[in-house]
Design a protein around this ligand. Structure first.
Ligand SMILES: Nc1nc2c(ncn2[C@@H]2O[C@H](COP(=O)(O)OP(=O)(O)OP(=O)(O)O)[C@@H](O)[C@H]2O)c(=O)[nH]1
Length: 546
């Protein structure tokens, strides 16, 4: 088992022990207080406190392995629930021996599980790689290795048939295999993924037949795509990029979790972090709006009861801000009553995760919710041809990064990239071929830049990239490599095979009093590059300002 997995399991075990200790203390104190009132009515406040404790246990005990305790707590909470909102003490229940006995049973259930075992981390940390990892199978596909290399994917090639080939295992997002080897590839992929505790790769097939029945047969065996010979490399690269993006999205989602139960929130945080999510936990909501702005989560998981606050009111309050109207809010609640859940959803949240929830279910639900949220956000913010940020969103990203460097003072580079003589490309090879060039360039950028960089299509054949924590001396060689690799890509058009080059202007954002000035400076550098012979990178220097 990986050392980090053991470390997480140990921390989960400590949380389980802490949960048991804290619950024992709370139940013991409650029993002592109630025993002294036996035969008398309890006050409305005492019932409310008792209900809150039982309700919380019903949602959290299962997570720490005390399933029976959780179920019993839920039954007991239900017996006192109808009176929880009573205002007069006359409607509160009388403490009787049966009730005290039931509470004592909860303590016993806690003690019965007094040799806690470490909860299992169900999703080990996935390899979060910036570059999409590809495994190409079979000697017959060796040409693909050369053709795909300039895009910046990390490529491994296994020339032998894959059966029984253990040495060939490398973490891969995507396997490209001959269609006739799909069955063995799927079996090998699943076995290896299980053995190495990693997510299985997605499989793309290369075949000779593109008929309905051939496609159906491949899909039924689990393939994610079919490309026929001779392979259109730009289209294959686009599909690879899409799959890589989907997989990265799933593992890099940002989750804001607001739950006042500290052990439970920490447990969720550990489990989701182990599954590769970026999780921020808050135990009270006073700074919620500031944290939302700074952290910019993909989804918010919101406990419904955060005394003295109500999660439902908080969800409504978040929606006061137009920018959070589309932010998915998911209630985390022990509420089992479907009518209550629907009523809560009507108040401004999007979904419900009912506690107790197993670690695996939590990871799977959050995974699906984040994927949906990211896909929707992407549709709103991305350019449809390239999948890069559209004009207004790359400008927003630029402003956001500018605000961040004001606060943290790090170096950030802005780049404007413009394809050379693109009019000629369209004129000679047709607009469709031009579109493919634009897409291929976008995929190359996504592979060559870091996941944290922002890349947008600024217009036509012009692109903008913003690279946080990167100064000109680091950015220039990286963009030189982009120019080099792009010029090596071959395209097919009306007049045969052709290549395209790109010119790039760079400026350092933190050298300027306004983001807009940096953008103009990068544009000026690009203009110079176009006059210096294109196909390369020029940095803005202060003397260029004159
Ligand atoms: N295929 C295609 N072409 C586009 C798209 N958007 C803009 N263009 C074309 O890109 C070309 C840009 O041409 P110009 O601005 O003259 O520049 P250029 O030919 O690239 O010359 P330099 O920038 O000086 O190297 C125009 O012909 C536009 O029609 C698009 O989405 N698809």
């Amino acid at each position: 088992m990986a050392p980090e997995t053991t470390a997480i399991e140990n921390r989960l075990l400590l949380l389980k022990i802490r949960f048991a200790e804290k619950t024992t203390t709370q139940l013991t104190a409650l029993l002592a207080a109630l025993a002294s009132k036996q035969g008398a009515r309890v006050t409305a406040t005492e019932v409310e406190d008792l209900y809150q404790l039982l309700h919380r246990l019903s949602g959290s005990a299962g997570t720490f392995g005390y399933h029976q305790l959780g179920q019993q707590a839920m039954l007991l909470a239900d017996t006192i629930k109808p009176t929880t909102h009573a205002t007069t003490p006359t409607t509160t229940p009388i403490v009787d021996a049966d009730f005290l006995y039931s509470l004592q049973q909860l303590l016993l259930l806690l003690q019965q599980n007094d040799t806690p075992s470490a909860p299992e981390v169900t999703h080990p940390q996935a390899a979060i790689k910036n570059k999409t990892q590809i495994l190409i199978i079979g000697q017959e596909l060796s040409q693909l290795v050369t053709a795909l290399t300039p895009y910046g994917f990390t490529i491994n090639h296994c020339e032998q048939p894959i059966t029984n080939c253990n040495q060939c295992w490398h973490y891969a997002d995507i396997i490209i295999a001959p269609a006739h080897q799909l069955t063995t590839t799927v079996a090998w992929n699943n076995t290896q993924a299980q053995q190495h505790q990693q997510q299985a790769a997605d499989i793309l097939c290369i075949g000779t037949q593109d008929t309905f029945s051939a496609r159906y047969a491949l899909a039924s065996k689990g393939a994610k795509g079919l490309f026929t010979l001779p392979v259109d490399i730009a289209k294959l690269a686009e599909r690879i990029e899409q799959i890589g993006q989907e997989r990265r999205t799933a593992y890099t989602s940002k989750i804001l979790l607001l739950d006042d139960d500290q052990e439970l929130a920490e447990h969720y945080r550990l489990v989701l972090t182990a599954a590769g999510k970026d999780v921020k936990v808050m135990h009270s909501p006073e700074h919620l709006l500031t944290v939302l702005s700074e952290f910019s989560p993909d989804i918010v998981l919101l406990d419904v009861h955060i005394p003295p606050y109500s999660g439902i009111t908080l969800a409504r309050m978040i929606r006061f801000e137009p920018k959070w109207l589309s932010l998915p809010i998911v209630y985390l609640s022990s509420e089992q009553d479907r009518d209550q859940q629907i009523m809560a959803l009507a108040q401004g949240a999007d979904d419900f995760i009912t506690k107790p929830i197993s670690d695996q279910q939590l990871v799977n639900s959050v995974h699906a919710l984040c994927y949906r949220a990211r896909t929707l956000a992407k549709l709103l913010s991305c350019d449809s041809l390239t999948g890069l940020l559209n004009h207004s969103h790359i400008k927003q990203a630029l402003d956001h990064e500018y605000a961040r460097i004001q606060r943290y003072g790090h170096s950030t580079t802005i780049a404007i990239l413009d394809l050379d003589h693109f009019k000629q490309v369209n004129d000679q090879h047709g607009h469709a071929a031009g579109d493919l060039v634009i897409k291929a360039f976008a995929h190359l950028l996504k592979q060559r830049l870091r996941y944290t960089d922002h890349i947008g299509r600024y217009g036509g054949e012009e692109f903008v990239a913003v690279l946080p924590n990167c100064d000109l001396t680091q950015a220039q060689p990286m963009f030189n490599a982009v120019c080099r690799h792009f010029s090596r890509l071959s395209f097919h058009g009306r007049k045969g095979e052709f290549n395209v080059t790109v010119s790039i202007g760079l400026a350092q954002l933190n050298h300027f009093p306004l983001a807009e000035h940096a953008l103009k400076a990068a544009d000026q550098a690009l203009y110079q590059r176009k006059h210096q012979g294109r196909n390369g990178v020029t940095c803005f220097t202060p003397k260029d300002a004159n």
